[in-house]
Design a protein around this ligand. Structure first.
Ligand code: NAP
Ligand code: MG
Length: 487
């Protein structure tokens, strides 16, 4: 073991501290979870899910075709008609509480599987994804018997069957965001996790069996994008809840146009993190690092654009580069790791292409000198400075650890620049002055604006976008509304 070095520019080294995988149980092959049972796919097909940090196959997973999707929707409809819509809110709440408690009991197993399948650091899955997933189930369990108080004098009724489609960046958490409010409001569910990260959703299916949830209330089907499209187009669903890219969101909105299907779209983002000269700079730099590099920038609300007030530009850049040189990039299961593996080869190619675009456009490129493992998919934390407002780096969602940095002089200038993207999911403001913060929070067109912090989530707080970042809210009492109707 080498001693910790104090020279900030050469980085610190820690002894390896890998989380054990001895306590996790994964099957070699996963079927579809339909009607409370594991059923073989009619397609007869399976695909592999790999560990992106070493390219090893973790399991084979069923690929659902149209017949499988139809069986899942039928199971959900039957459960809705015969059981779930007839239960009292109090009874539904008991099941949801039970799921929440079981997630807490098996939190470690879920966290390790999340990091194995998706590449995110264990510190993130252990401290953020899994506890927040449990918290969402606890929170919405509490609403199940209080819907009339959530919507006073409006007589809320459930919708029926919800088709829910989730992305690969927060696999378990997004599943919780979808299932918990749907069940609390009295709906049943067919859910499809992303192709590269299906394992925690399938584990949750096992847990749902253990919780004794009535058969068919939650159905989990796996597959590629086409499986999601089949769910969206199925005539017997009442609601589509989608989290993913703006491109796919647009395809889904076209597919359901003219139908009575309700929708919630949680789509992409290009958040601005804004540092004013009066900000606590060390705290701001830490927030920037957290906002774009932890989780490899695989965050819809990642602070992927940084605006620094000109007078503090040099000092912020020096602090940022110092901090970057100390980031630990590597094994997602190591508790010291800050930056894990990129989720897939496909995503790595997309990120590398953006890095090439940035260089070709003439922006200045910086990466720390850290090493990355030989196998697996890796991208070092990356900065671009001198980025033009019209640059693709400043306009398009990269979904990787790549930060585009610009400067500003006045408040009006930074508001105009920050709002100048097709997206509007989140933003961050760093300033010592409350009045400045409140001025910006009302003028930035973003669903969430964090002040002197970043990437903070709570089940009681609604989350969602403006413009091409989507519509509808998840979380909070607002997150119940997309799952009820009033007449
Ligand atoms: P994606 O490619 O849009 O995929 C999302 C999900 O949709 C996956 O399960 C995918 O299946 C499925 N899908 C693909 N094509 C489909 C189609 N034609 N019809 C129905 N479903 C289809 O997004 P991603 O790359 O997984 O996730 C990254 C994106 O999610 C980013 O843009 C990020 O900003 C966004 N995101 C937004 C939020 C938010 O709350 N606003 C949160 C997290 C992520 P396969 O994966 O199997 O192809
Ligand atoms: Mg995987």
């Amino acid at each position: 073991m080498k001693e910790n070095k104090l020279d900030l520019n050469s980085g610190w080294e820690f002894a390896p501290a890998p989380e054990s995988t001895a306590h996790i149980q994964l099957k070699k092959k996963y079927d579809l979870f339909i009607g409370g049972k594991w059923v073989k796919p009619k397609s007869g097909k399976y695909f592999k899910t790999v560990n992106p940090s070493n390219e090893e196959v973790l399991a084979e997973v069923a690929e659902a075709n149209e017949k499988d999707v139809d069986l899942a929707v039928k199971a959900a409809r039957k459960a809705y008609n015969e059981v779930w819509s007839k239960l009292s809110g109090k009874e539904r709440g008991k099941y949801i509480y039970r799921i929440a408690r079981l997630i807490q009991e098996r939190a470690r197993e879920f966290a390790v599987i999340e990091s194995l399948d998706g590449g995110k650091p264990i510190r993130e899955s252990r401290d953020v994804d899994v506890p927040l997933a449990a918290a969402h189930f606890f929170y919405y369990a509490g609403w199940a018997d209080k819907l009339e108080y959530a919507f006073p004098n409006r007589k809320p009724k459930s919708l029926g069957v919800a088709a829910q489609i989730t992305p690969w960046n927060f696999p378990m958490l997004m599943v919780a965001w979808k299932i918990a409010p749907a069940l609390a409001a009295g709906n049943t569910v067919v859910l499809k996790p992303a192709e590269t990260t299906p394992l925690t959703a399938l584990k949750l299916a096992e847990l749902i069996q253990d919780a004794g949830l009535p058969d068919g209330v939650v159905n989990i089907v796996t597959g590629y994008g086409q499986t999601g499209a089949m769910m969206v187009e199925h005539p017997d669903i009442d609601k589509v809840a989608f989290t993913g890219s703006t491109g796919v969101g647009k395809i889904i909105m076209k597919a359901i146009a003219g139908t009575s299907k309700k929708s919630t779209m949680e789509l992409g983002g290009k958040a601005a993190n804004i540092i004013f000269e009066d900000a606590p700079l060390d705290q701001a730099v830490e927030g920037v690092i957290n906002g774009i590099f932890f989780n490899q920038g695989h965050v819809c609300c990642a602070g992927s654009r940084l605006f620094i007030q000109e007078s503090v530009y040099d000092v912020v850049m020096r602090k940022l580069k110092d901090r970057m040189s100390n980031l630990v990039v590597g094994d997602p299961l190591d508790k010291n790791t800050d930056v894990g593996a990129i989720n897939s080869k496909k995503q790595l190619d997309i990120i590398n292409n953006y890095i090439k675009v940035g260089k070709d456009e003439g922006a200045e490129f910086y990466q720390p000198t850290c090493s990355t493992p030989k196998k697996g998919y890796w991208c070092k934390p990356t900065l671009f400075t001198n980025v033009a407002q019209s640059s693709r780096l400043a306009q398009e969602e990269i979904f990787g650890p790549v930060l585009a940095i610009q400067t500003f002089r006045t408040v009006d200038e930074v508001i105009a620049k920050a709002n100048n993207t097709p997206y509007g999911l989140s933003a961050g403001v760093w300033s010592d002055k409350g009045s400045k913060v409140f001025n910006l929070t009302s003028k930035l067109k973003a669903g969430v604006v964090w002040a002197n912090t970043y990437n903070k989530f709570d089940p009681t707080s609604p989350f969602g976008g403006y413009k091409e970042s989507g519509h509808g809210r998840e979380g909070g009492v607002q997150g119940l509304e997309p799952y009820v109707k009033f007449n």
